[in-house]
Design a protein around this ligand. Sequence first.
Ligand code: SF4
Length: 149
Amino acid sequence: METENEKDYVVVIQCDRAMNQVCAGFQCEWAFSARRDAFARYPANTPEKSVRYLSMSCGGCPGRAVTRKLVNVAKGLKKREGRGSESVAVHLASCVTRSNHHGPRCPHIDAIKRQAALAGFPDVIEDSRISPMAEQRRAEGAYAAPLSH
Ligand code: SF4
């Protein structure tokens, strides 16, 4: 398995519920560009090597589109660049992994991880941007409401 230093592609899976209704994914891309929060593990870009970034939604509950989308990524990498999925790190965004104003932690995370493995991405990393304000609200129990779907 390649280490974070050897990954050169980060794919972030966002909650479709959040992405469809409010979130453009800016905070996650910002955190990635700044190499902070869950992205602090990746080296800064250099003229010799840069880490690329792609975000996508899970496709809606229960996240069955994840397999198709990741297979699409794997095929594209193979066809266009002759590379395998081992160079890719898949993250589940914090809107998936943590309770927030969109809803609680996704109840389908284990299934989504299994789907990622089916597509050839067995190592899925939890979290992306981690907002201190949201962390405080979580600690206060402000995001305990169940999903309405
Ligand atoms: S709750 Fe989970 S499966 Fe449903 S839309 Fe959000 S991330 Fe996808």
